[in-house]
Write a protein that binds this ligand. Sequence first.
Ligand code: NAD
Length: 447
Amino acid sequence: MVRLSAQKNMKQKKISLKYLVGFLLITIMNTPSQYANQASNYQDVLARLHAARSHSIISSPLYLILQQPEKQITLSLPVQLGDQVTVFKAYRVTHFTMNGLFPAKGGIRWDMSVNLDEVKALSLLMLLKCVLWNLPFSGGKGGIVCNPKELTDQAKELLMRAYTRALASNIGSDLDIPAPDIGTGEKEMLWMMDEYRSISGRLDYAVVTGKPIDRGGSYGRKAATGRGTAIFTLLGLDKLGIDRSSAAFAIQGFGNVAIHTAEYLDQQGCKITHLSDRSGTYYNPNGIPIPEAIQYKSKHKTLKGFQGAQQVKQDIIVASVDVLILAAGENAINTKNVHRVAARLIVEGANNPITVKAQSVLTDRKIMVLADILVNGGGVYVSFLEWLQNKQRRQWSLEEVNEKLDEQIYLLFNDVYELAQQKNITIRLAAYIIVLDKLQKRYEGNK
Ligand code: NAD
């Protein structure tokens, strides 16, 4: 009996140890590694809402509603990879759909740093962005804790299909419409659309955006965020009276947003002296040959080894440039590096790349920051055009799409810039005030 109970005890200890290890693993996987000591991204967005509140017509009930997501789903997705089952942590969060009147819209991020706080922040930012850009959508965002670089295409497909099955009753072209974000692209959207088709029994192209052009995608979608980021950058430069042809540009990140930003700026004759990706910072005082850098990145999946620039130890954030474009991830400028930022214009192609505390230092230093919800909304704007084209069974040309996008950019920039000038406030605060006013009108009009 004693031996039996000792064996049982040992077994229980082994089980609890196993659970403890499992728990620790999940906890570690859920900790945003590089930024573990940073403030919460969600709290940062709420702090920005708070700063805008007293300048806007927003009512107390609506302000209260905005404090929490409407829906937050946490999933554990078991996926059979070879002879092993791997369980992936995944999320989908939506904000303020007004009982489904405004379908949620937002990307799906695949990265090891994905966590619920980040997804909540990104979902709320999507709401603010959609409202600023006058789109009939609300906020949505999803993510899976994984390293896509370590997954085969087959594994990625299994994972995306598992995610789609788990979320199937929560997504739809009039309910919640996903799109690509860090680590995902056209292929992943196609798998999602296809899995959704098997479940629902009908092909609905509008269930996701960011699809390949020959499968319901829109011309101009892939480049839209970068194109918008570049045009906003040039508008900002004009306002600061900086000559674009003699300015030096640095771009952090060299993925979808950064590549298309760099390409557009390069075509406009701008000199990009610094680029970076996860492998490091790359510098060429005479200007990096952008077409070659893009070609190299597409072939090697990294800038490491690229001959058109020299790899340097310096953090790109503190590079001696006139313009710094952030197109990688969150919290890139924080209290640790903000005092060493040299640029006169900072452009947020990425979401939430500057912490609230760092922003206040930049404001004191009179460095102009073009805020994410303005700058990178070109992506969701063209996603909206893709959704419209799918709903109407038509396809516009690249010229038509770009014309619509560019028109929106100029209109929005003027609105936000004028308010910022009038009130002597930051571009971000002006954008947030406009959003809160528009949200109040949406709320009043549809209560
Ligand atoms: P992506 O995965 O295509 O590219 C991300 C790039 O950032 C990669 O080149 C990666 O190497 C680099 N990177 C990561 N960490 C870095 C670091 N610490 N230093 C330097 N480089 C680093 O992602 P993306 O779609 O280009 O998205 C970038 C940002 O833009 C994200 O914040 C995303 O939410 C935002 N955004 C994307 C879109 C879109 O349409 N893709 C739309 C709006 C906003």
